[in-house]
Design a binder for this molecule. Structure first.
Ligand code: AMP
Ligand code: ZN
Length: 114
């Protein structure tokens, strides 16, 4: 399958991996937008949030509960940001579902604090 993240998961393309388990792989974003910028990537090839089905519910819970654990491991004790881009209009470039985990700076508010 011609999918960048599937190739990274298979070890065919190098990445800086920080965590791996049977359901997810976590590696550093190649173009970091914050001091910590990781991608939480399901091992299963799912294109985007728009393709999720009921059968994925257990996996989704696993990925969500993983986020604060990874954030803690990275020393993000005062908070972090998660972003999921969905589809071309949502800014998705790699069509294998992934959650961006950002932190390490005081990130600007998303318009809610002014
Ligand atoms: P998105 O716009 O949500 O699809 O984000 C895709 C992300 O993948 C971007 O932040 C890219 O910087 C990142 N990316 C692209 N190629 C690689 C790679 N080889 N290793 C790690 N991250 C990558
Ligand atoms: Zn894939």
């Amino acid at each position: 399958m011609d999918c960048l993240f599937c190739k990274i998961i298979a070890g065919e393309i190098p990445s800086t991996q920080v965590y791996s388990d049977e359901h997810a792989v976590v590696f550093k974003d190649i173009h970091p937008k914050a001091p910590v910028h990781l991608l939480i990537v399901p091992r299963k090839h799912i294109i985007s949030l728009a393709e999720l089905e009921e059968q994925h519910d257990g996996l989704i819970a696993h990925w969500m509960r993983l986020l604060p654990k990874i954030a803690k491991q990275q020393g993000l004790n005062h908070g972090f940001r998660t972003v999921i881009n969905t589809g071309p209009a949502g800014g998705q470039i790699v069509f294998h579902l992934h959650i961006h985990l950002l932190g390490g700076d005081k990130l600007s508010g998303a318009g809610f604090d002014d």
